[in-house]
Write a protein that binds this ligand. Structure first.
Ligand SMILES: *[C@@H]1O[C@H](CO)[C@@H](O)[C@H](O)[C@H]1NC(C)=O
Ligand SMILES: *[C@@H]1O[C@H](CO)[C@@H](O)[C@H](O)[C@H]1NC(C)=O
Ligand SMILES: *[C@@H]1O[C@H](CO)[C@@H](O)[C@H](O)[C@H]1NC(C)=O
Length: 301
């Protein structure tokens, strides 16, 4: 699955955010002080996400991220001395990895549950009740939040806005591989094509895009449909952060409520499906925007 390779690529990012949190402290004061008072913290990654491992040789936390006194390891023999043990949910749920419930659990050791999937794809977590001490996920209310993307300040480099109309040849584009009739996005797509043309790429339409072709293709579209496959609190994926923003198309989002997007994404950088009374109205709005250079460009500010 395309999204899996994306997730694998995010791994070091995830772990670095996590280590940064350990380094900089938790929001909660008591936990914050606990970690700050720890001279050395060992984080054991029990199972590598998707079974793909990376080298942890040397002092990776320092060498890659300049985080001192933190040891990231994957040798299970270090379990008795680890302060935190991180478990990636996918392999546990599939039964390919097991929790070390047969080992004595050292006092003070924290077990962290990690997943970037939406609840619909996490499996039945009932059996994990009262096992974990922390969560690591894209949710803002997780103990350690690992978003698919985030907003950071940069020095503006000239005017990125002016060219937003250049090379645009298609009104609306959608890239979809996993097309399911029961998805809300499918219903919205079907209603949308009754009003405006939508160019569809991806495996479903037998027009797959290589990763090299993805962003250039999106950049030729005025609008890109960043439609999530499941609707869940805070579940905003690379469809927004990478495909839409890096591709340079104005994005139409369907996923969690508008407030979740507003909490993390730049103001006036997306259009939410829920902003319109009907999909037909939405389609007309897109048509008008594409013809109004000034208003269209406001989405790139
Ligand atoms: C922390 O780890 C470093 C490097 O392994 C070691 O030299 C140092 O003695 C440790 N400090 C404590 C307080 O355990
Ligand atoms: C972590 O959770 C387990 C299971 O609920 C609990 O027994 C243990 O005391 C917790 N550890 C910490 C450090 O809070
Ligand atoms: C427009 O297309 C040309 C040729 O493919 C390319 O060199 C240029 O960078 C594109 N401009 C923008 C703003 O995407």
């Amino acid at each position: 699955m395309q999204c899996c390779s994306m997730k694998m690529g995010l791994l070091f990012c995830i772990l670095s955010v996590f280590l940064l949190c350990l380094h900089n402290g938790w929001q909660e004061a008591s936990i914050y002080n606990y970690w700050r008072s720890k001279k050395n913290v060992t984080v054991l990654l029990w199972n590598w996400p998707f079974g793909r491992s990376y080298s942890l040789k040397g002092d990776v936390c320092w060498d890659l991220y300049k985080i001192p006194n933190r040891k990231l390891v994957d040798q299970r023999s270090l379990f008795p001395s680890a302060h935190v043990v991180v478990f990636h949910n996918r392999e546990l749920i599939q039964g390919r990895q097991k929790l070390p419930t047969d080992l004595p659990r050292p006092q003070g050791q924290r077990w962290a549950w990690m997943s970037l999937e939406s609840p619909a794809h996490n499996g039945n977590l009932q059996k994990f009740a009262n096992i974990f001490n922390m969560t690591m996920s894209y949710r803002r209310d997780a103990d350690v939040t690992l978003p698919y993307g985030e907003l950071l300040p940069v020095e503006p480099e000239g005017n990125l806005v002016e060219d937003s109309h250049i090379n645009k040849t298609t009104l609306v584009c959608w890239v979809v591989s996993n097309y399911m009739n029961h998805h809300k996005r499918t219903q919205v797509y079907k209603e949308l094509i009754a009003t405006v043309p939508v160019k569809v790429y991806g495996r479903w339409n037998k027009k797959p895009l290589s990763s090299a072709d993805l962003l250039p293709t999106i950049s030729r579209c005025y609008f890109y449909l960043a439609f999530e496959n499941s609707l869940a609190k805070d579940y905003i994926t690379e469809k927004l952060w990478k495909n839409a923003y890096q591709g340079g198309a104005v994005t139409l989002v369907l996923g969690p409520p508008i407030s979740d997007y507003k909490a993390v994404a730049p103001d006036h950088s997306f259009i939410h499906v829920d902003e319109f009374a009907s999909v037909q109205e939405l389609g007309k709005h897109l048509q008008r925007l594409a013809e109004d250079k000034k208003r269209y460009e406001e989405y790139f500010h």
